[in-house]
Design a protein around this ligand. Structure first.
Ligand code: ADP
Length: 326
């Protein structure tokens, strides 16, 4: 490979996701493999603006592959949304001679990275890292598989109590507006029902199904609820259903437990693939693109095609969930 680039930077931004560390490691390993210096930028865009960055050494990324969170730190940085903030970031990058940037984060981070790239001409490649799996242009984002497995473990545990006591449980999972986490953890956990949209129609259907189930002699049920844009929405659902069916119900909101913890093998492998591909992409002269994986193929797509887009639930999977929960 012909190298015109000597020094690149890597940062994590927005919500943390398990597998970000494995991805930082992959960026470092690929960078050094191809003769680049790799700078780690602390705390996302806040660190970029502050010039809080250092050349990564082998020991900095040793023994981090299995760790959740991000060793570089992350942040939400309002200043980066302003032109002045991004100009400060550009100055810091130029001062340090950083000629390309890898950004691991979600939709908001991509927006910031895209603007920085357009305004400065500094090559930027983004990598989807979010448990929500709400980024189009990739089948999965880093962190999603781990979050599914954490939710699954919680559902399995709750099932023990639900069965023992004969209870109706609502288990609310994260996933922001997408519903992916609820769909996959619900299928894997054998949930009796899924609430993915929190619509009135869904609640009506749920009540009818529960009535049927309990009339047939079933003593327990687990309903997995997607938080959507309303974390805590399952309390209202539980109240409505309890009133309508004149029965008690219990709520468990999994919340941030789903964001932490050691990444699964699948997330580590995805992180390795995308981290290495981002570095290769920069060396090949790509910029303003997100690297993702579609049908097992690594793909580069303009960030502008990805931001603000929707990753819809696969209708085959929603159909499947209905068939097997019956
Ligand atoms: P995520 O990347 O997980 O979606 P956020 O939406 O909080 O998380 O975005 C992370 C950071 O990206 C923000 O704190 C901000 O610094 C930057 N960012 C978000 N939206 C924009 C935007 N429209 N323009 C510039 N920077 C943005």
């Amino acid at each position: 490979m012909r190298l015109t680039m000597q020094r690149i930077g890597v940062l994590t931004s927005g919500g943390d996701a398990p597998g970000m560390n494995a991805c930082i490691r992959a960026v470092y390993r690929a960078g050094t493999r191809y003769g680049l210096e790799v700078y780690g930028i602390k705390n996302g865009y806040a660190g970029l603006i502050a010039g809080d960055m250092k050349k990564l050494e082998r020991l900095d990324i040793a023994n981090i592959i299995h760790l959740g969170g991000t060793v570089l730190g992350t942040s939400r940085c309002e200043e980066f949304k302003t032109l002045e903030g991004r100009e400060k970031a550009e100055i810091k990058l130029r001062e340090r001679g950083i000629q390309g940037l890898v950004i691991i984060g979600g939709d908001g981070s991509f927006r910031g990275g895209n603007l920085l790239s357009l305004e400065t001409g500094i090559p930027i490649i983004t990598i989807p890292g979010t448990i929500d799996n709400d980024i189009p242009g990739t089948d999965f984002s880093i962190g999603f598989d781990t979050a599914v497995n954490i939710a699954l473990e919680a559902i399995d545990r709750i099932r023990d109590t639900a069965i023992s006591h004969g209870r109706l449980f609502f288990v609310e999972v994260m996933g922001h507006s997408s519903g992916f986490l609820a769909l996959e953890s619900g299928i894997a956990g054998g949930a009796e029902h899924l609430i993915l949209q929190n619509s009135k129609e869904e609640i009506d259907i749920l009540c009818e199904r529960l009535k049927d189930m309990f009339a047939r002699g079933k003593r327990h049920a687990i309903v997995v609820v997607a938080e959507r844009d309303r974390p805590g929405c399952s309390f209202d659902i539980s109240k409505t259903v309890s009133e309508r069916l004149s029965m008690d119900s219990w709520v468990c909101v999994l919340g941030h437990t789903q964001r932490g913890g050691s990444p699964t093998a699948r997330d580590r492998i995805l992180a390795a693939k995308l981290g290495v591909s981002a570095v290769i992409g920069l060396i090949e002269g790509r910029s303003g693109v997100m690297v993702g994986e579609l049908m097992r193929e690594v793909v580069y797509q303009p960030i502008s095609d990805v931001i603000g887009g929707r990753q819809d639930l696969d209708p085959r999977m929603t159909k499947l969930s209905k068939i097997i929960s019956n």
